[in-house]
Design a protein around this ligand. Structure first.
Ligand SMILES: [Zn+2]
Length: 285
């Protein structure tokens, strides 16, 4: 699922292409896409896209007429700019016809259609789904070591799960959760309130460093193109099971945990302990 580095790059590259353009027509082609009924979707017709911004993993399009269109890509949703004359393929879930002969399209491949489109009035964005309840932006000044520490105590959950919980930190998912914990040399399975002061500092620094660095790496990787796939080459631990840890050379281990795959270095992160893959053991029973 696209996380901060991907969405930040997408927003940055999308903005110059769509800002200032007027929406001529909107067509929702996937029945599950639209999550709101009021205001009606037809109200965006004739409005102009003023700006695009990111909040967590969401894209927010500020429109004239005091409207905000919010897109949640979920795992497989992607945005493209496509000539309007090109007939939409079956996996196109949304077509926004812009002036100038181009569409902004949301494409969702794969069998599970989970992407979401929300239309809100400007004043209600913060109080309603999907923005309401999102936690702090980890790259913002509002995110402090003290704030992190308080959240770790409050959360009382495994630290990998904590990192992916959007009401604490907005925009981190399974991939960058692994990357951050690898950078911090912390076990994904450690209980969040049990982290020592020095481990909390390491975690804070790793969250900032990994995300800031990854945004830069994504920008370099994609140039001015709209990102379509998370580049595996930019990940150090996630999805690298069996490959040598870039820090110590130990093969990266993987475990299916909390319904997600977690990747970690047993030497750097878990004092040599390799966790059993519970998914495999379940199958073997
Ligand atoms: Zn290592």
């Amino acid at each position: 699922m696209p996380e901060i580095p991907f969405v930040e790059t997408l927003v940055g590259n999308l903005a110059p292409r769509v800002a200032g353009r007027t929406i001529r027509a909107i067509q929702v082609r996937s029945p599950s896409l639209l999550k709101t009924v009021d205001p009606s979707l037809s109200t965006v017709q004739g409005e102009t896209i003023r700006s695009v911004r990111r909040r967590g993993k969401l894209l927010l399009f500020d429109l004239t007429g005091s409207l905000v269109m919010i897109v949640h890509l979920m795992r497989d949703g992607r945005l493209t700019i496509t000539p309007s004359r090109q007939r939409p393929t079956r996996d196109v879930a949304l077509v926004l016809t812009l002036d100038g002969g181009e569409d902004l399209r949301l494409v969702e491949g794969g069998p599970k259609k989970r992407a979401g489109l929300y239309l809100r009035r400007t004043g209600e964005v913060e109080q309603t789904e999907p923005v309401a309840g999102l936690g702090v932006e980890p790259l913002s000044e509002d995110f402090t070591p003290e704030g992190l520490s308080a959240m770790l105590d409050q959360a009382a959950m495994q630290v990998k799960r904590f990192l992916g919980t959007q009401r604490y930190l907005a925009g981190i998912g399974n991939a960058y959760g692994d990357e951050i914990l690898w950078e911090a040399r912390l076990s994904p399975f450690a209980s969040s309130p049990a982290l020592r002061a020095e481990e909390r500092s390491r975690l804070y620094a790793a969250i900032r460093e990994v995300l800031a660095r990854s945004v830069e790496e994504h920008r370099r990787h994609f140039g001015d193109a709209l990102p379509m796939r998370e580049p595996p080459v930019l990940l150090r631990a996630h999805r690298r099971a069996g490959e040598p840890c870039p820090r110590c050379g130990t093969p990266i281990a993987a475990v299916y945990y909390s319904e997600k795959e977690t990747y970690y270095c047993p030497t750097c992160q878990t004092r040599g302990k390799v966790y059993a893959d519970r998914r495999l053991s379940r199958l073997l029973k």
